[in-house]
Design a protein around this ligand. Sequence first.
Ligand code: ZN
Length: 478
Amino acid sequence: MAEEKLTPRNENYSEWYNQVVLKADLADYAPVRGCMVVKPYGWAIWENMQKELDRRFKETGHVNAAFPMLIPKSFFEKEKEHVEGFAPELAVVTVGGGQVLDEPLVIRPTSETVIGYMYSKWIKSYRDLPVLINQWANVVRWEMRTRLFLRTLEFYWQEGHTAHSSAEEAQEETIRMLNVYADFAINEAAVPVIRGVKSETEKFAGAVNTYSIEAMMGDTKALQAGTSHNLGQNFAKAFDIKYLDQNNTQQYCWTTSWGLSTRFIGAIIMTHGDDNGLILPPRLAPYQIVIVPIYKNDAERSSVMEAVEKVQKQLIQFRVKLDDRTEVTPGFKFNEWELRGVPLRLEIGPKDVEKGSVMAARRDIPGKAGKSILLQENLAPQVQAMLDTIQASMLQRATDFRDANIHNANTYDELKEIIQNGWAESWWCGSADCEAKIKEETKATTRCMPFDQPKTEKGKCVYCGAEAVKKIYFSKAY
Ligand SMILES: [Zn+2]
């Protein structure tokens, strides 16, 4: 698995990415073009992500449910922008049980429609509100150009769908969940993200406003890592989601939806990885620690394995892999677990047995610089401290990298230069025309208008020179 070197990132970033996904055993190509198989090691990352997200959803009052994958095609025609946005990506079932269906069924690309339909049946009164439901699901979008994790025909995600009795409450919920995503990204995945609002062009089809968390990858391209949509009353009107208010008057609900997908695994790979492969944040890594015993003969073996067993017993609260394979060398194991991104390696050899020590090697600092000696006695707190340090320094490194590659672009020429290798932060007049021209001429898209805006200052649109009140990021993106 680990015999050949990876293509260096600065030689061919996209080739490096594909090799890491395959060689680290995260995912594989499926027989249907554009579909992926998530392998156990990749799925274990997703499970750890699910656990951390699900905990946050429940702490903010949400519950889980499951809605069907098949949706009547007519549902997609009820919300005008929604159908326009999703029509080109729909997979449609026309035959079932050998019979041509009376009405074709869409395989869900997202579930606003079917959930909206159900909410119209469930919600009758202000007492039924708010409804705060999430589902963990797979969805299908017929993408033309696909990449493992980043863009696949079928992917896994969660989609939250909520209904409220006021515009203010729906807006609060939209921002609350964006903040949940940001907290997860920063504190679990060590991926520093920027929160902001999408342009009209880039927003979700059918939303009033879309908010996103945007992350910078190792090649400085942007990746939209999670979105939260304020749907206003658009879906409530399309699906007749109404309630009787306290004055006995019929009102339309205000709804939101928000999602984060397996795409985020691509963000983890590209935020942290180096030329030796994956570097996983300790809080999400399937294995936080790999133990590699080192010995030359049977006598050494028995004393080393005895020490290994004692060490293992001390580390039961961590996710630990003991690599006791005898058919490969310790050096081979080092390379393989480096490639697979295990945050901390513990080596135990005859000298360590003698001294009551273990050799610790940090994945985030390659070579000698990342090595240090720990005592076998009272090992768990030493290991915990080291994992915490790794987690923190991964976030710091990614933040420093991001900040070093975001530049103010005051002129269009500056913008064109900056987006070759970074994000341009520019004044923008808000016109979709300027946005489209910039995209056409430079391939850079608007990412988001960050919440953090200059307070009083105004500027001139980087493209047309008209008065502008908002700054926005332009960059190439995944
Ligand atoms: Zn403009």
